[in-house]
Design a protein around this ligand. Structure first.
Ligand code: FMN
Length: 400
């Protein structure tokens, strides 16, 4: 149990606690989205719209959340996704995210905009780290990240393709958010109003884009963040993914797809997995909710591709919705950051445990003793899942 704030019982609680703990511009950077934030609203509405069918009796006495992704078994179908500048939520954030993921037995995807180095992350957990990649205009720079990730033992590579343009986050514009921070009297006042956070940052020093500065080396400029944005390539094509496939021999995952017609190309190039994502609503305002396109991906992939999903997932019931509609696992973006901001490592463990318990409850109520037992006809209005080798048929499940 999370000692300090055991009254926090769900991601929604951690979000409120984060709002109280963080200066406004930091909270808004984490919580905010692109434009009018319609995509964030779409994600939530679409998830809420998937009503789950629970209709026992079921024998679910022995429930199990284990899931196998890319040949490795994890304890629960939840992944800590990549979030840049996580060190703004809590010092040493990426190292803590990696440590906790390793202890729990779930993957952690380290962002390329990390405030820890790749070595620091690997030192915490040598087993369940994946690396996230932005392709840079100067490909020698992104190649360096890939090669180092391979040498250090990162187990999978997630290449993000949904930022050919950077989403305009109006909260950040209004707050004058920048890295490094430019101090105004209003921001100084906000620091004084959040002494816990300010003290932690004063002790650890302001977070910087450490992974990137390691790579840019002497190209470093005053505003590393701007350099980063200038360097992110706006002309990525499937040819680049093909080249990456040649370079990176371990599981390769493409993050940021919303159109299932890309599945054929991903399969043709030997990509191992996709993350259906709208970047948590931080990029295009008005984008489709990921859960709504998930069944199309499942239909196209026919079990030949690992299907991961993110954007808006907050509860075990949300995870159950994705599993029922055919996802292999769910990535979390903001939820772990809310938890870190609320109380560091213990809060993060507690938050992930809340989601795991919520999923366990959903498994019990929905008759899915094993993760592979989730089927699409457990969502109101959806037809039964197509037969998949190794999964019990719907008839068998009901009759059990
Ligand atoms: C503060 C923050 C930073 C992020 N940085 C990255 C990043 O560096 N690379 C990336 O691929 N996605 C990044 N994302 C997107 C997440 O990986 C994920 O797609 C999204 O947050 C999922 O939605 P959720 O926050 O509603 O769970 C970031 C998200 C947040 C909230």
């Amino acid at each position: 149990m999370f000692n300090g704030q055991s009254h926090l019982a769900s991601v929604a609680d951690f979000r409120l606690a984060a709002q109280r703990a963080l200066p406004r511009m930091v909270y808004d950077f984490i919580d905010g989205g692109g434009g009018q934030e319609t995509t964030i609203a779409n994600n939530r509405a679409a998830l809420d719209d998937k009503r789950l069918i629970c209709s026992g009796p079921y024998d679910v006495d022995n429930r199990d959340q284990r899931v196998t992704l890319f040949g490795k078994t994890y304890t629960t179908p939840v992944i800590i996704g990549p979030t840049g500048l996580a060190g703004l939520a809590w010092p040493w954030a990426e190292a803590l995210l990696s440590r906790v993921a390793g202890d729990i037995g779930i993957p952690y995807v380290m962002s390329m905009a990390s405030t820890c180095s790749q070595e620091e992350v690997i030192a915490e957990n040598g087993q369940t780290n994946w690396a996230q990649l932005y392709l840079m205009r100067d490909r020698t720079l992104s190649d360096r990240v890939v090669d180092k990730a391979e040498a250090l033992g990162f187990e999978a590579l997630e290449v993000t393709v949904d930022n050919p343009a950077i989403g305009v986050r109006l909260r950040d514009v209004r707050n004058g958010f920048s890295v490094p921070m430019k101090w105004t009297p209003r921001k100084m006042f906000s620091l004084a109003a959040h002494p816990g956070w300010s003290l932690r940052m004063a002790r650890s020093g302001p977070p910087t884009l450490k992974l990137l500065s390691d790579i840019l080396g002497d190209r470093r400029t005053d505003t590393l963040a701007e350099m980063f944005q200038d360097q992110i390539d706006s002309s990525i094509t499937w040819d680049d993914i093909a080249k990456l496939r040649d370079r990176w021999k371990k599981p390769l995952i493409v993050k940021g797809l919303l159109d299932a017609r890309h599945v054929a190309k991903a399969l043709e190039l030997g990509v191992d997995g996709v993350v259906i994502s709208n970047h948590g609503g931080r990029q295009l305002d008005g984008a489709v909710a990921t859960i709504d396109v998930l069944p199309d991906f499942v239909r196209e992939a026919r079990g030949r591709l690992t299907i991961l999903i993110d954007s808006g997932f907050r509860t075990g019931s949300d995870v159950a919705r994705a599993l029922a509609l055919g996802a292999d696992a769910v990535q979390l973006g903001r939820a772990p950051l809310y938890a870190l901001a609320a109380g560091g490592e213990p809060a993060l463990r507690h938050c992930l445990n809340c989601i795991r318990e919520e999923l366990d409850m959903a498994q019990g109520m929905m008759g899915a003793a094993h993760i592979g037992d989730f089927r699409s006809d457990m969502v109101f209005g959806y037809p039964p899942s197509p037969a998949t080798p190794g999964k019990p048929s719907d008839v068998a499940r009901i009759a059990r």
